[in-house]
Design a protein around this ligand. Structure first.
Ligand SMILES: Cc1cc2nc3c(=O)[nH]c(=O)nc-3n(C[C@H](O)[C@H](O)[C@H](O)COP(=O)(O)OP(=O)(O)OC[C@H]3O[C@@H](n4cnc5c(N)ncnc54)[C@H](O)[C@@H]3O)c2cc1C
Length: 381
């Protein structure tokens, strides 16, 4: 039984996207991994083809689709087995802040570029001394006439090098309560006082341009405030459900891919005695256990997608899914690597990169410990 109601239009979109990725992305991935970044031109190609911001209104040039189009993009990008072209972050995490909270003027100014790929976005919350605890943010935003002056630094910002627009979380130092001090601001590339720091060298996600950002006396127009001043926390909370769901979709798709590659490998390769690896009881048990977990994850996830699309509050369940499914991807990556044995440690084996890239999933978008804490709180524990 299919829980998600994909239409013919969804299927056509998936087919077109898969063809696009197989011709314009997959052949370039090895080079991008070496370069540690993807070229901006591929973002624009994604935009031209209608694959960015699929849920934004057609008034801004997007396809005006439902969340299933976002699910399709996340799943198909997972099949490319790289994390550099982080279009899900742009389309389903950052741009939704603009779509939901921006003024009519801000939407008219920014959304068409976000949809076309001319504007790549990032969201900057994390700081060297503030990760899980957003209340500990030190970056300040102080009004000065018709301008706001931002001072502080951010770290581990995805799309940090390529970003043309950054949504920055900063506090008003005059407001004591940290939950009322936080606001979100749109900072454009090339604004004086906004500089990129190091392009971070990570164990995985090599082609993803994760970076430090610095704001030193960075003056932006007051009109670049996103939503209401002092409502930053509430805006972030409203959008975190979708961020965690999208992370779960990516992790689930990665687990399914790794299992498929490994099952095929075990069928096609033989042990020293000439017997297919898949006929060994130990391999069979490992594959069956992973397949069971992957099916459990898929059922839970699809149910949550349906509920999210119906506008239901599934904060607890998305927190559970984020921790369980990203941990599932971590377990599956480990077992799949073991089943490939020495070949699994070579770059020729796709599991090697997937193993590195899925490792971060339990850490970003809210750590899995924080997910359990949120679920525990809502369960009244
Ligand atoms: C590749 C990558 C991309 C990222 N992209 C972005 C981005 O685009 N924008 C952005 O703003 N940030 C981004 N981040 C940052 C990410 O969101 C943070 O790493 C994450 O929030 C955790 O913060 P931290 O690393 O400072 O860990 P800490 O918060 O210091 O946590 C350290 C450990 O303590 C645990 N812990 C902390 N507090 C609690 C608690 N209250 N209860 C129980 N356990 C706790 C954590 O679970 C963790 O195990 C990215 C990170 C990575 C690695």
């Amino acid at each position: 039984m299919q829980l998600l109601s994909y239409t013919e239009a969804h299927h056509r979109f998936r087919k077109r996207l898969r063809e696009f990725l197989s011709t314009e992305v997959s052949p370039c991935v090895d080079q991008w991994e070496k370069d540690r970044i993807v070229p901006k031109s591929v973002w624009r190609r994604m935009g031209q083809e209608g694959f960015l911001c699929p849920t934004v209104s057609a008034d801004y040039g997007a396809i005006g689709g439902d969340f299933l189009y976002s699910v399709i993009v996340s799943e198909e990008l997972a099949r490319t087995n790289h994390s550099g072209l982080f279009a899900q972050l742009h389309s389903d995490v950052v741009v939704p802040y603009i779509d939901a909270f921006a003024s009519r003027e801000q939407k008219a100014k920014y959304l068409p570029g976000c949809v076309s790929g001319e504007l790549i976005t990032a969201v900057a919350m994390t700081e060297p001394d503030a990760g899980s605890d957003l209340a500990g943010i030190n970056t300040t935003a102080e009004e000065d006439g018709e301008e706001v002056v931002i001072n502080g630094s951010k770290t581990f910002i995805s799309n940090g090098i390529n970003a043309d627009l950054v949504i920055v979380a900063a506090k008003d130092p005059a407001v004591e309560n940290p939950y009322e001090a936080l606001s979100l601001y749109i900072v454009e590339d090339k604004t004086p006082g906004f500089k990129r720091g190091r392009h971070l060298d990570k164990m995985g996600m090599w082609s993803q341009d994760t970076a430090e950002l610095f704001f030193t006396g960075c003056r932006i127009p007051k009109a670049n405030l996103l939503g209401t001043k002092g409502q930053g926390f509430s805006m972030l909370m409203q959008k975190l459900q979708q961020e965690r769901l999208v992370t779960s979709v990516c992790a689930q798709a990665a687990a399914e891919m790794m299992l498929e590659w490994t099952t095929n490998y075990c069928r096609q390769h033989t042990d020293a005695a000439g017997k297919p690896i898949a006929r060994e009881q130990a391999a069979q048990f490992a594959l069956v256990e992973m397949a069971t977990d992957v099916k459990l994850g898929r059922t839970f996830l699809d149910k949550l997608i349906v509920e999210h699309m119906a506008g239901e509050n599934v904060v607890v369940e998305t927190s559970m899914a984020k921790y369980w499914i990203t941990d599932l991807a971590k377990r599956v990556s480990q077992q799949c690597l073991d089943l490939h044995a020495e070949f699994g440690l070579t770059e020729a084996c796709p599991v090697a990169r997937a193993f590195r890239d899925t490792r971060v999933m339990p850490i970003f978008a809210g750590t899995n410990e924080i997910m359990k804490q949120i679920a525990g709180k809502f369960m009244g524990l």
